[in-house]
Write a protein that binds this ligand. Structure first.
Ligand code: NDP
Length: 340
């Protein structure tokens, strides 16, 4: 199902206290959209918007945007009718379970922008709370700019727990308020959001990275220069244009824009490729790593080790930078005076 503005009403939010926990990437965009929607709405009692953020540059931005902010999570949680949980996923369980959940009203609605912590049951909420997902498929800057240009943006919506019996009208009101029903909010679930998102991150894009890395290595061994490879593979921005055309014209239809040699090579090559290893790998990622929870366990354990996720990422980057592709690209970019 898709939900449009005409399926929704702002009434369930009238006069409510709406609290944003986190004024970062998503928090800022969604809070500004919500404020603007209500300031242009007729005959609806305005909600009270409360911003909470730790002392950092985002907190200063909240002040500049005319909201003000508090760092008192517990007090903000206590007065919330609706609470957007918009800090990074890895920090949500600790913050929510220690400072927010114990202070929440029994009927408060908790809104997440990602299915991760709800799907893996990392958040301790009570059965009387409404749990709603409003998950834009975009970075916050686009959530804001598409709203300002009166366009919609893709967004998943779901009710994970209907504690009050009124969670759906509330979820749709929230989607409308943040501008997600302009282009049609997509009915989904935390399971589907977590599965699609984590599968893309852990199966599709790693495969793309490995394909580029191994392809680069082979063609380098066959005598191609770094300059030729870097330009052919991504610096020309051809792959970016292909994905743009796939969104505009269709994933397969965009192929007609290429030469006949290219079209034949791409279609025949993808048909003839032995993908049995890929199917096996993808199944492992989807069923064991994502749905089975192995990745979430590993990620939580990495966060708890000395250095945390930042330390683990530093190590992974150091490894990636050693590949022929990364070394070759660095040299080419330095020669061309591009950012390295
Ligand atoms: P941000 O990384 O922008 O962080 C938001 C705020 O949380 C920042 O002020 C950050 O501070 C603060 N923060 C970090 N750690 C803590 C902590 N331990 N306690 C309190 N505050 C903390 O978050 P996002 O907007 O990227 O993510 C919010 C949610 O939105 C997540 O569930 C994410 O999955 C989802 N989402 C994100 C998208 C994106 O494009 N980023 C797209 C769609 C959904 P500081 O930066 O100073 O550490």
């Amino acid at each position: 199902r898709l939900f449009y503005d005409t399926d929704c009403s702002l009434e369930p939010l009238a006069g409510k206290t709406i609290t944003f926990i986190g004024y970062g990437n998503q928090g800022r965009a969604q809070a500004l959209n919500l404020r603007d929607t209500f300031s242009s709405a007729q005959n609806v009692t305005q909600p009270k918007i409360v911003i909470t953020n730790q002392e950092d540059s985002y907190a200063k931005t909240a002040e500049q945007d005319g909201f003000g902010y508090t760092t008192n999570w517990a007090a903000a949680a206590a007065e919330a009718d609706v609470l957007f949980l918009l800090v990074p996923d890895q920090h949500q369980p600790d913050l929510f379970n220690s400072h927010i959940a114990p202070n929440l009203k029994e009927t408060a609605c908790i809104v997440v922008a990602s299915g991760y912590n709800v799907f893996y049951k990392y958040l301790n909420f009570t059965s009387s709370n409404d749990i709603v997902m409003v998950a834009p498929r975009m970075v916050g800057a686009s959530v804001r700019s598409l709203y300002e240009s009166k366009q919609g943006y893709p967004c998943f919506v779901s009710v994970e727990q209907d504690g009050t019996g009124q969670a759906w009208p509330l979820a749709l009101a929230l989607c409308m308020a943040v501008g997600a029903t302009k282009g049609g909010a997509i009915e989904s679930s935390c399971r589907e959001e977590a599965l699609t998102d984590l599968f893309a991150e852990q199966a599709i894009w790693p495969t793309v990275i490995a394909v580029f890395r191994e392809g680069y290595k082979l063609l380098k061994e066959l005598g191609c220069s770094d300059e030729a490879l870097v330009h052919e593979m991504w610096l020309s921005k051809e792959p970016a244009e292909i994905f743009e055309s796939a969104a505009d014209q269709g994933f397969i239809k965009q192929l007609v824009g290429h030469s006949s040699v290219s079209q034949y090579g791409q279609l025949k090559g993808s048909q003839e490729m032995d993908v049995s290893w890929l199917k096996k790998h993808f199944e492992h990622v989807a069923k064991e790593r994502v749905l089975g929870g192995a990745f979430a366990e590993e990620f939580t354990a990495a966060e708890q080790k000395p250095g945390g996720i930042d330390g683990a990422l530093k190590k992974l980057y150091q490894e990636a930078e050693k590949s022929k592709l990364a070394v070759g690209e660095k040299r080419v970019r330095e020669r061309l005076g591009l950012k390295t």
